[in-house]
Structures are given as C-alpha cells and as structure tokens.
Design a protein around this ligand. Sequence first.
Ligand code: PMP
Length: 428
Amino acid sequence: PYNGPSKDQVMETRKQFLSPGIFHYYERPVMIVEGKQQYLYDETGRRYLDAFGGIVTVSVGHSHPKLVKAVNEQNELIQHTTTIYLNDQVAYFAKELAEKLPPHLDSIYFVNSGSEANDLAILMARLYTGNYDVIALRNCYHGMSLGTMGLTAHATWKYPVAQGFGIHHALNPDPYRGRFGNDGEAYAEDVKDMLETATSGRVAAFFAEPIQGVGGAVVLADGYLKRTYEHIRNHGGVCIADEVQAGFGRTGTHYWGFETHGVSPDIVTMAKGIGNGLPLAAVATTREIASTLQKRIHFNTYGGNPVSAAAGRAVLKIIDEEGMQENCRVIGDYLLGRFAGLQEKHDVIGHCRGKGLMLGMELVKDRETKEPAGAETKKVFEDMKDMGVLIGKGGLHGNVFRIKPPMCWTMADAEFMCDAMDHALSRL
Ligand code: PMP
C-alpha cells in the first residue's frame, strides 16, 4: 500500500513548486500512485478504469510485465550512450519500426516528444523541397514548441508570440461540424484554392492527423486525404501524417491511421503510444528526404536512448503477440454500437465517431444548432470519475468525450464504461 505524502500535501507542494501553467483534470484531481494494465490506483487503493491512457500514451497497458522486463534489463546494462557510439537497441528498434511501415519509409530519426518529431518533420520537408509554406488543418494539434504551436490551430493553445511563419490553415474536413459535411473532395478543393492564392504556389508540406486527437476524435472526411495529397504533391510539397495518437494499431483495422484513408505519406511522425509512456518519439521518412539533414550536422542527445529504445521494441512485440490491434477493432466496434444506443436515449449526444479505440462523443444543447454542451460535458466527466472511470475530454469547446484507453481493454471494461456513462447522462 501507498505510504507517501498525502494527497493534500502533494497538491499543496505541486501548487507551490510546479509551474502554474500546468493544468490538471477534475475539480479535485485524482492522485495516481500505481497502474496495472487498464487500471489505475489512487493513494487509498481505489481502482479506476483507465479510458484515456495518460492522454493516449499508454498503448499496451500500465507497467506491462514484458515491457518492464525489457526496460529493467536495459537499465542494468547501460542507460545512456547517445548515437555517437553504436548500440544494438537503437539500430534494431529502427529496423523493427521500419518493418511496420510502407517500404519507402525506411529512415528513422528518434527524438523524445511529439513536438520535437513534428518540428523535425517540418525542417526535413523544407530542406528537401526548398519550399517554405506548410498547410495544416484548423482544429489540429501538433505540439507546443514554437514551431508546432504555429501548426496547432486552436485559440486555446496559441500564445500571442511570434509563431506560425509560413503556416496556413485549411478548412477542417470535419464530417459533423465542417462546412461541406463528409464531402472530402470539397474540402480538398479548398486546399487547392489555398495553394493557388495564399502561397507562392510551391509548398513544403501538408500536415494532418488521420484522426484529430485533441480536436475531439474527428475522423477526416472520406476521400479528403487522398485528393489533398495529390494537390500538395502537384505543388511540390511532401505529405506528413502525424500518427502520434492514431498509430500503432489503435484504429483496429490498420496499424497506421493513414492506412484507413488509403494514402501513403512521405513522412510519418510518432510519439506517445510508441513508448507506452517513456519519453520516445520518431520521424520516419524516405532515405532521400532524410539525407537532407546531412547538409549540416543534426543531433539529439536523448533520441534513441537505449532504455527508451528497449521500451519501444517491447511495445512493437507486445502489440503483435497479444493481438492488440484486433482487440481495438472488436472493442471499438462494440463501443460504437453502445454509443449509438446511448445517442437514441440521450438527446444531449450530438455525434459519436472514431475508429477502434480512438473514439469521441460530442455533447450538444440542441441537435439542430449543435450548440456545444460544455457544462453538461463537465458534469458527466466528473460523475464518471466518481464512478471510477477516467475518460478524456477535448474539442475546441471542451464538449467531446475522448475514449482512448490502453489497447488491452476487455469487453467487461467497455460494458462497465458504457453503463456508467448511461447512468451519468441520465442524471443530467
Ligand atoms: N501530435 C499530436 C497528434 C498530439 O496529440 C500531441 C500531444 N497531444 C503532439 C503531437 C505533441 O506531442 P508532445 O506533447 O509529446 O510534444
């Protein structure tokens, strides 16, 4: 049992010494001292069902025994060397990760966070194409570094500082709220117009999450990526898929989110689930694009650290050995079915969406006007916590539940969450 400082002491110490810029969930935040598989435990030993995986980061489950073993073994051997020396872990991790990708994406650069990966992807795209402009989507989230804050398109995440040079934001192909509904071609036409009017006609890159995460599990409209990739390539740009949330089998039907749209990107960025919680991220691209970095020297101290690499290798293995991609498909299909039932019963549910274990449920005050139901979302969110289920919340108006649990969820977990949700919604 836990016998460290009390929750109040931790809260007080955090308030005093952690930056006030760091926010927490819940009016009275939960304190988590232990995690096993899909369950979290607070300081009193109370168990919570984890439906958010530390913001879509815990892919194979908390403290998975095979991963713990791999990390511990590497910890005992050596913790850090950097890539100036050879080490087997980083080289073989790159090989094993490349084997999961389309064959042309065979050059991997490891870094430590999604923001770093996306910054590096922008750099490579600009160097490779010789162009500057980058197109991203409204409602996207790509990170908090100055470079990626410029890509990110939510007022909530943008500070009034110099950022976003050369970045243009296209209409979001959001089937529920977007101007053209689920007509992907129409939104792609807007990108074409943007390329011809808002840029020099030559661009470096197009950035998109196959399913927007922070933006509220928005599945990009059908056919959008395919047509947009064509427009971008016609204007000299490369296509970048941010798989920080959608990758590693989470969508259920495919290992990568971009595959669900039938496209093949030139650069793929990854983070979060790749390390199951360890600081690890990557940029995968073609040898030709990656070679542009050789114009100077490029370096990252911790990227490909042996311990993180050992964790990443274990994640790849566990997903396959334990059939986690298929599990995401089965549990995700069940959840979508249950969500549809809840939607029939509760008028406040405006839209349910997503793929596999990357799901969203959007609450509205009125199904016609789609006015966001912020207060209702908050109430259900708190109630769910009190019933022992930790879900996520997102979307521009904070009115979307984000259900993105560890990929080891069972049917019983899914049933429990839906029952709790039904109860919480009934109490509104
Ligand atoms: N891309 C996406 C899609 C993300 O969701 C996030 C993090 N929420 C990032 C990039 C940035 O990752 P990090 O916080 O590790 O910098």
